[in-house]
Design a protein around this ligand. Sequence first.
Ligand code: PLP
Length: 377
Amino acid sequence: MNMEKIPVFEPFIDSDTRKHLENALDVGWLGMGAFTKEFEERISDYLRLDGRYVVSTNTGTSALHIALLSANIGPGDEVITPSFNYVADHQAISMTGANVVMCDIQEDNLGIDCKKAEKLITNKTKAIIPLHFAGIPCDQKEVYDLAKKYDLRIIEDAMHAFGTSIEGQKIGSYGDITCFSFDPVKVITSIDGGCVIVNSIEEKEKLQHLRLLGVDKDTTERYKNKRAWDYDVVSQGFRYHLTNIMASVGIAQIKKVDEFITTRQKICQRYNESFKEIPELKIPQSDFNNISPFIYTIRVLNGKREFLIEHLKKLEIDVGIHFIPVHKHSYFKNCKQGNMEITEKVTNEILTIPLHSNMKNELVERVIDGITSFFKH
Ligand SMILES: *Cc1c(COP(=O)(O)O)cnc(C)c1O
């Protein structure tokens, strides 16, 4: 039997995306330019920003890096983030010279456990990076309360949550600093890309300098598809800008973001409905209304995860594991960390199953059959 393999991730690239890309190539200004500006404006409109500013970057990781630098985080400082997170965050902290402090998560939303985080705070702690795992919000208010109590900055890792709302307001439209990623597998992609959202023009300009080699006129001139020849260099800087070519893909994608999110929500709701009666599975604790779902993860109990993976492999259904906790990786194992009880448990149970924008119904059915059939015998 020849079955089509179902990947965990599948970017939605249609003829319209190709048209945007071809148009950007025809314009011929390949680097940062007018499309970069347009993409930022569309992000701002979509999130309904008011008094907050978007600075796009070439990856989500570089967004985190310059977000930390813009908050003046550097050598000797400590930054708390969950171990149950992608290593990009820990690497970004490490790039600034600050020390990574890893924290446990809570069972319900798999976000940071603020009570455990509080125990890790010292006079060196400068910031917390909470993650909205899978697009489902962490206990955001508790994080902000904790930050207020100890005068800490918050850099929200909203890489999974572009389009998620909390009490009617989109993540990123309020708060301290928010970072998004538009990497190849995220809900919308610009092939690679990301952005930082901040509250002041001063911070925005600082980020713009950090983004492109510290050159002061780069943003204003390049946004007109021009270069300045009489620039000054005003700070340290990196080559982290988003190019016109990548931004053109981002523009095509953000035009379709509502369709992407709606189709993903419906699939997650179908999965929830199909798996909720299986005693050896835990489904996400969300109804997916107001959520922009990045991945759909189940928790497989009683040590059965590896057997389920084998079963699904035979059925040509690809799965993933988000995440191996970062405190287990050799480079980060000696970082300061708290008790990891929930992280240790969850990472042995968690399994990501296929979820795509506009995923074909027959593929959704095959995933559901694949999982339910495993638990029937
Ligand atoms: C994708 C992702 C990042 C990094 O984004 P890139 O654009 O891939 O650099 C950081 N944190 C989490 C949780 C992510 O999923």
